[in-house]
Design a protein around this ligand. Structure first.
Ligand SMILES: [Zn+2]
Length: 251
C-alpha cells in the first residue's frame, strides 16, 4: 500500500493555509446551520419580535463560536507552538500543556485552548497566545470593561449593572462595575494617581481607562461669618466645623 503524501497547502493572501481555511469555513457553516435550527425551534409562528428576541438571546453563542474559529485561523501558529524563549532569562522552553480559558466579550464568551509554557529557572508560566491576542487578565475583556465603565461613570453601580444587562444581555456585577470604574474615594494627589495608573497598567500592553466621577459626595461649606476679617495669613489655623456647617451635594 502506498503511503499518502503530505499535501502542500497553498497560502491565501493572509498567509493562512487554504485547506485549513476551507475546513474552518465549513465548520462555521455547520455552526450557523445548527444555530438556525435552534432559533427556529425556539421561536413561535409569527411576529418579527419573537424571532428577533430569540436571535438576540442566542446571538452570543453564535458569534462566540465564529470568533473562536477566526482565532483558530489567524493564530494557528501560536496554537500549535511547541517552544518559546523565556522573556526573562532567554531559555528555550518546551510546551508543557494546553490550558483552557474562557473570556467574555461584548459579542459573547470565547473559549480558548492554548499552549502553556513554564520556566523552572524563573518559576513563571506563560501563555503566549494571550499576549498575541492582547487579552486582559480579567475574564471581561477590554470592550466589556470600556462599555461597563461608560455606564458605571454615569449611573450608580446597581443601576448601571441593571441597564448594562438589559441592553447587552451580558452580566456584570456591580462589584465588577466598581472595580472597572475604580473609585477613588478621596481626591488623590498627582503622585497617587500615577501610582494607581502604574499599578493597574502593570503587565498590560494597553493603557487603562481612567474615569473619575464625583457623585453624591457631600462637600462642607462654610458660612460667611467663618471668613477671617484680617488680611494675610493667620497664625492659627481655624478649626473646622465649630459652627453648624452646611453641606452641599457635589455632582
Ligand atoms: Zn526564564
Amino acid at each position: 500500500m502506498a503511503t499518502a503524501s503530505i499535501p502542500i497547502s497553498p497560502l491565501d493572501e493572509f498567509g493562512i493555509k487554504i485547506d485549513a481555511k476551507e475546513a474552518s469555513r465549513e465548520a462555521v457553516h455547520d455552526i450557523i446551520d445548527s444555530w438556525m435550527d435552534e432559533v427556529d425551534a425556539m421561536t413561535g409562528g409569527a411576529g418579527l419580535d419573537s424571532i428577533v428576541k430569540e436571535s438576540f438571546k442566542m446571538r452570543q453563542e453564535l458569534m462566540g463560536k465564529i470568533v473562536e474559529q477566526l482565532v483558530k485561523e489567524k493564530c494557528s501558529d501560536e496554537l500549535n507552538r511547541e517552544t518559546m524563549v523565556c522573556p526573562n532569562c532567554g531559555r528555550v522552553l518546551n510546551r508543557r500543556d494546553m490550558h483552557e480559558r474562557t473570556v467574555e466579550t461584548m459579542i459573547g464568551e470565547i473559549r480558548l485552548r492554548r499552549p502553556y509554557f513554564y520556566c523552572t529557572n524563573c518559576k513563571k508560566g506563560f501563555h503566549p497566545l494571550d499576549d498575541v491576542l492582547i487579552l486582559s487578565d480579567s475574564v471581561k475583556q477590554w470592550d466589556m470593561q470600556e462599555a461597563g465603565a461608560n455606564v458605571g461613570a454615569e449611573l450608580p453601580y446597581n443601576k448601571a449593572q441593571e441597564i448594562f444587562e438589559k441592553l447587552t444581555g451580558l452580566s456584570m456585577s456591580d462589584h465588577t462595575m466598581h472595580d472597572i470604574v475604580d473609585v477613588l474615594d478621596i481626591a488623590p494627589s498627582a503622585e497617587e494617581i500615577e501610582e494607581k495608573v502604574g499599578r493597574v497598567a502593570k503587565g498590560k500592553k494597553w493603557r487603562p481607562i481612567m474615569v473619575l466621577t464625583i457623585d453624591g459626595a457631600l462637600v462642607p461649606t462654610r458660612p460667611d461669618d467663618a471668613k477671617g476679617k484680617g488680611k494675610g495669613r493667620k497664625k492659627v489655623r481655624a478649626k473646622r466645623a465649630k459652627w453648624e456647617g452646611e453641606w452641599r451635594e457635589e455632582k
